[in-house]
Design a protein around this ligand. Structure first.
Ligand code: ZN
Length: 415
C-alpha cells in the first residue's frame, strides 16, 4: 500500500483525556479513532492488526474442532431474564425500543447459543458440539480508562462447548487451554494460566490467562520452575516463598493483564433452557457446557503496552499491519523513485505486505512516523543506497541495521 493513499495522518500529541499508553500511541499513529471513553473505531492500520490476531485465534480454534458462526448482536431480553442475568449482571446494557420492548446487546452469548444448540442436539451422538464466533461485545462499564484494553465496546472470540460427560468436558478444557497458550505464543506474549473461582454468579471454576505486563490490572504470583500461577488476591502463598506445587521453584510477583478465560458452566444454561439429549440407554440428560473467551481488542492493547518503546509502537511480525515499511528518500531523484517502485513491486509479488512511504516529506519526518507505526522492518531507498547497490534495513524492535540486495531481502523475508 502506498502511504499517499493512506487517509490517516500521524499526530505529535495524544489527546489530553487519554491516560493509557496503548490509546495514546494508537491514536497518534492513526490506528484507532476515539468515539467516547471505552469506544474506538479501528482505522486501516488498526483493522489490519485486529485481522491478524483474529486469523491466529481462528486457526487455533478450528484446529481443536470449533465451528465458526456469527450470532446476533441485538438480543431479546426474554432469555436474559430466563437465566437471571438481566437482574444479576450489572454490566448488561438495557435498551428500550419506541414500543417499550426491552433488548440488550451481547456481552456474552450463553442466552443465544444455548437455544440455538437446543434445535440441533437431541442424542449423545450430537455431542460434543463446539461453536465459536469473533464479534463485538458490549459492557456497561462505569469507568473506562485503559484504552482498548477495557472498553464498553470490544471485539471478542467467544466459544461454547456442549458435552455428554464431565470427562469429555475435561478433555476439551485441556485441549482449549493448550490452544490458548499457542495463540499467545504466536503473538510473542508470555501467558500464564491461573486457576480462579468463577467471575460471575453462573460460573464455577475457571482459568484466567494472564500476560505479564506493567500495565496490567492484576497482581499474580508465578513459579520460576513449574507452571504454577495464582492471583495474589486469593493466594495463600507469598512472594519469594517456595512453590507449594513443585517444592523447588521460587514465587515471583508481577503485574499482569487478563487476555482470556475459560469457564466450566456445568448444567446451568442447559437446565435454564431445558436443553436435553438422550444417552446410549435412552435416558434424558442435560449436557455440560463450557465458555471460552479471548479478548481480541484487549490482546492488541496488551501487545502495545508490552512492546512499545519511547519512539512509538513496536509490533511482533505475526500481528504487524505490514511486514515492511519501505521508506523512499528521493528528493525528486527519479532514479531513487524508480528503484523504490521496483522494490515495492518485487516484494509485493513475493507475497510480502509493504507500506511504501512515497510521500514528498523530509527524512526526519518519515523516520519519526516509521518509528511511531512500529512496522517490524524498515527498508530505506535513497541516493546513498543506490550508490552502494544495497538497501539499508533497520529492525524496529532491536534497531539492528544491515545492508541487503533485493534477492537477499526476499530470501530473508520469505524464509
Ligand atoms: Zn513450582
Amino acid at each position: 500500500m502506498r502511504q499517499t493513499h493512506l487517509f490517516t495522518k500521524t499526530r505529535r500529541e495524544a489527546p489530553k483525556d487519554e491516560v493509557s499508553k496503548n490509546a495514546q500511541l494508537l491514536i497518534r499513529a492513526g490506528f484507532v479513532h476515539k468515539e467516547m471513553a471505552g469506544v474506538y473505531s479501528y482505522l486501516q492500520l488498526g483493522k489490519r492488526v485486529l485481522e491478524k490476531i483474529e486469523a491466529i485465534v481462528r486457526d487455533e480454534m478450528d484446529k481443536i474442532g470449533g465451528q465458526e458462526i456469527r450470532m446476533a448482536t441485538l438480543h431479546p431480553s426474554e432469555p436474559w431474564k430466563q437465566t437471571g442475568a438481566w437482574d444479576n449482571v450489572d454490566v448488561v446494557f438495557k435498551i428500550q425500543s419506541r414500543t417499550e420492548k426491552e433488548y440488550t446487546v451481547g456481552q456474552s452469548e450463553e442466552e443465544i447459543v444455548t437455544p440455538i444448540a437446543k434445535e440441533y442436539i437431541s442424542s449423545y451422538k450430537d455431542l460434543p458440539l463446539v461453536v465459536y464466533q469473533i464479534g463485538q461485545k458490549y459492557r456497561d462499564e462505569l469507568r473506562a480508562k485503559s484504552g482498548i484494553m477495557r472498553g464498553r465496546e470490544f471485539t471478542m472470540k467467544d466459544m461454547y462447548s456442549f458435552h455428554d460427560t464431565q470427562e469429555d468436558f475435561d478433555r476439551f478444557y485441556a485441549l482449549a487451554k493448550d490452544a490458548y497458550l499457542r495463540v499467545y505464543d504466536r503473538i510473542g506474549l508470555v501467558a500464564k494460566a491461573t486457576e480462579a473461582s468463577g467471575g460471575s454468579f453462573t460460573k464455577k471454576l475457571s482459568y484466567e490467562f494472564m500476560v505479564l505486563t506493567d500495565a496490567g490490572e492484576d497482581d499474580i504470583l508465578y513459579c520460576d520452575t513449574c507452571s504454577y500461577c495464582v492471583n495474589v488476591e486469593v493466594a495463600e502463598s507469598k512472594e519469594n516463598e517456595t512453590c507449594t506445587r513443585c517444592n523447588s521453584g521460587t514465587l515471583s510477583r508481577a503485574k499482569a493483564s487478563e487476555v482470556g478465560n475459560i469457564f466450566d458452566l456445568g448444567q446451568k444454561y442447559t437446565k435454564d433452557f431445558d436443553l436435553t439429549y438422550q444417552d446410549a440407554n435412552g435416558e434424558k440428560k442435560y449436557p455440560i457446557m463450557g465458555c471460552f473467551g479471548i479478548g481480541i481488542t484487549r490482546l492488541m492493547g496488551v501487545a502495545v503496552e508490552k512492546f512499545a518503546d519511547d519512539k512509538g509502537l513496536v509490533w511482533p511480525e505475526s500481528i504487524a499491519p505490514f511486514r515492511v515499511h519501505l521508506v523512499e528518500l528521493s528528493s525528486d531523484n527519479e532514479e531513487v523513485k524508480k528503484e523504490a517502485a521496483e522494490l515495492y513491486r518485487e516484494l509485493t509479488e513475493a507475497g510480502i505486505e509493504v507500506l511504501w512511504d512515497d510521500r514528498d516529506a523530509r527524512a526526519g519526518e518519515k523516520f519519526a512516523d516509521s518509528d511511531l507505526f512500529g512496522i517490524p522492518l524498515r527498508i530505506v531507498v535513497s541516493e546513498k543506497t543506490l550508490a552502494a547497490g544495497k538497501f539499508e534495513c533497520v529492525e524496529r524492535a532491536s534497531g539492528h541495521t544491515s545492508h541487503k540486495s533485493i534477492s537477499e531481502l526476499i530470501g530473508h523475508l520469505t524464509t
